[in-house]
Design a protein around this ligand. Structure first.
Ligand SMILES: Nc1nc2c(ncn2[C@@H]2O[C@H](COP(=O)(O)OP(=O)(O)OP(=O)(O)O)[C@@H](O)[C@H]2O)c(=O)[nH]1
Ligand SMILES: [Mg+2]
Length: 504
């Protein structure tokens, strides 16, 4: 038997289970803010003298109960000992420095001698929650916990999670904590295990985090389950990247492409979200070029998608005409590609003495920018800076940005810029190669640029050069750029001595 009791001592639900467990009814969404309780405590019986179970403690957190109380039934049918659990308001460690469990459990030998004044107790607990230092905000950015789970190499999983944390910061979130789990297989309901999710929720309550960001792409049903059961805003890697793109898009084409990608991502998810879950579709702080339009219902979403696709086809035709014109003038096209933050824009700036936006941010560049680069003997090439790649680049984005990526597809030469100072350089290299192959540019002549050698360990970039034959440079100090220009000249002009002449 179980009773749900509110703060005034009124019984709101009577639940009858079997010998093993109770099924608590749907309690509806809880109204309080983050860290607040639902104002209900669960008092139930344990028939075999067993202590509070993992399920009890999971309910405590997931249902945001004030407390879970188990009364053990004695053999003679009378109530015996009591166990009592609440969610711990602050992080704590035991004497040996081991983190304490996120709940507090107390035990009394009998219900009868138990004289705790629950009203005073819960008031005190609420006060402790309110005093948590973690809740004193340093900024008005939303706080998040980034969550990674892998069935493969833990090290790769952690590196991916680090990158996710950077993406979250880039998107305007404060990363309050990271949670990582290695599993044999993904959980169908929550991706991570249920116990782990409960741990994440308690951490979120303790740290005042309102958003969970998952490194895995979540199936629509997983997204819904996690959001419903934790009452937190839930994002996955794809949504985060889409959100960043939405914040960054400047050109008309860029905005249309992002909106299309968002629609493609959200349409199957809209279909199964209860309307109350509309905040799932809001992104971070509800920004982005397409936000107001995304409020529209599913049928309109499909119409919008068709219209976006048409507009983008037109823009793509115009872009291709522009390319043809450039081609007729006879200037070779060089595309700069690479992992995000590798230094592509900085390289374009240094080589052409321009001032394209280059920042220590992921995805600083969305719109391709072209500049002329002069070589001796009156020869010129067109150098184009492009959007960066990242691991697990959402398919929706690749599709939506196809027009932009065509700049790369039709280039005469591809400069692949790699951040040689990154510990993840090898991963980035492989990831970009794979994306280029997907785009069908595997056969375009390519020069690998090992950038940021000013910041890299000499042994590390030399090993990379040995293995790949790349050209070491620093777009920041200008080191190695002469060798790079030589290489470009050789690749483009040796075969076609007349290419790039203004008179050609
Ligand atoms: N130390 C060092 N930093 C560099 C070098 N080249 C670029 N950076 C820095 O790396 C950061 C990213 O540079 P960007 O040129 O914006 O990189 P990007 O590849 O265009 O990045 P996205 O457009 O965001 O994909 C900036 O803070 C640059 O100042 C370099 O050679 N050495
Ligand atoms: Mg850039």
């Amino acid at each position: 038997m179980g009773l749900l009791v509110d703060r005034r001592g009124r019984v709101t639900h009577v639940v009858v289970g079997d010998a093993h467990r109770l099924f608590i009814p749907e309690l509806g969404r809880h109204r309080g803010g983050v860290g607040r309780f639902r104002g209900l405590r669960l008092i139930h019986t344990h028939l075999r003298g067993e202590p509070l179970s993992r399920d009890d403690l999971t309910d405590l957190a997931l249902l945001r109960l004030d407390a879970v109380i188990a009364i053990q039934a004695r053999l003679d049918g009378l109530p015996g000992a009591v166990e009592f659990a609440t969610v711990r308001p602050e992080e704590a460690v035991d004497e040996s420095g081991v983190p304490a469990p996120p709940w507090i459990v107390e035990r009394r030998p009998s219900v009868h001698g138990w004289d705790t004044d629950f009203a005073a107790f819960i008031q005190d607990l609420e006060a402790r929650w309110a005093r948590r230092p973690a809740l004193r905000r340093v900024s008005d950015r939303e706080r998040c916990i980034v969550v990674g789970v892998t069935t493969g190499d833990p090290e790769a999983g952690r590196a991916s999670l680090d990158e996710l944390a950077r993406l979250a910061e880039t998107a305007g979130l404060d990363v309050a904590d990271r949670v990582f789990q290695v599993r044999r297989r993904f959980d169908g309901r929550y991706v991570i295990g249920k116990g782990k999710l409960q741990e994440v929720l308690v951490r979120a309550m303790q740290l005042g985090a309102e958003v969970l960001v998952f490194d895995q792409e979540l199936a629509p049903s997983q997204l819904r389950n996690i959001a419903t059961d934790t009452d937190l805003k839930v994002l996955d890697r794809t949504q985060l990247i889409l959100d960043i793109f939405a914040q960054r898009a400047r050109s008309r084409e860029g905005k249309l492409q992002v909106e299309l990608a968002q629609l493609r991502y959200r349409r199957p998810r809209l279909a199964i979200m209860p309307t109350a879950m509309s905040r799932l579709t809001g992104g971070i702080g509800g920004r982005g070029p397409g936000e107001t339009k995304l409020e529209i219902n599913r049928r309109r979403a499909l119409e919008r998608q068709t219209s976006l696709e048409r507009q983008l086809r037109q823009l793509s035709r115009r872009r291709s005409l522009r390319r043809q014109r450039r081609r007729r003038v006879g200037l070779p096209q060089v595309a700069i590609v690479g992992y995000t933050n590798a230094g592509k824009s900085t390289l374009l700036n240094t080589m052409t003495r321009s001032a394209v936006d280059a920042e220590d941010k992921l995805f600083a560049t969305l719109d391709p920018t072209s500049r002329r680069l002069r070589f001796p003997e009156e020869r010129e090439v067109i150098l184009t800076d492009t959007v960066g790649f990242i691991r697990n680049l959402p398919a929706e984005l690749v599709h939506a940005f196809r027009a932009t990526l065509e700049e790369t597809v039709e280039a005469d030469l591809v400069l692949h810029v790699l951040d040689a100072s990154s510990p993840e350089a090898e991963v980035h290299l492989a990831e970009v190669d794979a994306t280029l192959a997907e785009l069908g540019v595997a056969d375009t002549p390519r020069i690998l640029v090992l950038n940021k050698i000013d910041a890299a360990e000499p042994a590390a970039w030399r090993a990379l050069r040995e293995r790949t034959g790349g050209i070491p440079t620093s777009a920041r100090t200008g080191e190695g750029l002469d060798a790079l220009l030589d290489a470009i000249e050789r690749r483009l002009f040796q075969a076609r001595p007349d290419a790039g002449r203004a008179t050609a």
